[in-house]
Write a protein that binds this ligand. Structure first.
Ligand code: GLV
Length: 247
């Protein structure tokens, strides 16, 4: 009952003739909503600000207290422009950003129509003020955000990951955050999940962590459950699944 199937041994499934269903595209919209929320919460320091309020640190202060960065007039890069990436791009369109960048195997007409420019991953990390990782995890994309690419990011760049934890070299990310080499990070996915409470990310003020709740709306989870049930029934009936992975 998920979009991604990186946690399934596809070779073994194929070898033993086990069919695999998933919930492709059902959750794209709600994951895109989560992404926008996480992007703003990270860029505008919502959790840090909330913590300041509840701990009595909210005082008459200087005009730049708790300032974050606007999304307006910024360059936003989306790594991976599948259904979720496109849905994020559509929502961002109303934010008056200055440029949308994206990576993909080839130009995507839908992204182009939204003003998106196809770039390489290295160009994207170098040029973006906000970087959103929304690509499927596989052998080609594992650690796509590696140490070298983290080093290329702008010092104020905000990185958001709603794909899978292993898309990012998390140790390199923690180092960059410790040394204030990037602006902030918003993660709905991380390594491992659940994240142990002694992980350094948990205590960092420039990090917003969510417990992999990208698709967690009642409506979406209900729809995912129904499709999963239909997929199971299809296997029992030896008929076509609603969403089947071609092994
Ligand atoms: O991460 C969520 C999913 O793959 O559905």
């Amino acid at each position: 009952m998920s979009v991604g199937y990186d946690h399934v041994d596809l070779i073994a499934m194929k070898k033993y003739g086990v069919r695999l269903g998933h919930t492709s595209n059902i959750s794209s919209e709600v994951i895109a909503e989560t992404t926008i929320g996480l992007l703003i919460a990270t860029a505008r320091r919502f959790f840090e600000a909330n913590h300041a309020l509840i701990t009595g640190e909210w005082k008459d202060s200087d005009i730049f207290w708790m300032c974050g960065r606007s999304i307006r007039n910024s360059i936003v890069g989306i790594v991976g422009c599948g259904n979720i990436g496109i849905s994020i791009a559509k929502k961002l369109n109303s934010f008056n950003i200055s440029q949308l960048l994206y990576t993909s195997r080839g130009e995507k007409p839908e992204a182009k129509n939204l003003g998106g420019k196809l770039v390489t991953i290295d160009e994207l990390v170098e040029q973006s003020d906000f970087i959103i990782v929304s690509v499927a995890l596989n052998e080609d994309t594992k650690y796509i955000i590696n140490r070298k690419r983290i080093a290329k990011m702008k010092s104020h760049a905000v990185l958001v990951n709603i794909g899978r934890g292993e898309l990012i070299d998390q140790d390199a990310l923690i180092e960059a955050l410790r040394e204030n080499r990037i602006g902030g990070v918003g993660l709905d996915v991380m390594t491992p999940e659940p994240l142990p409470l002694d992980n350094p990310l948990i205590k960092m003020t420039n990090v917003v962590l969510l417990p992999h709740i990208g698709s967690s709306s009642i409506e979406t989870r209900t729809e995912m459950a129904v499709v999963t049930a239909k997929n199971i029934i299809a296997v029992l009936d030896n008929s076509a699944m609603t969403k089947e992975v071609q092994l």
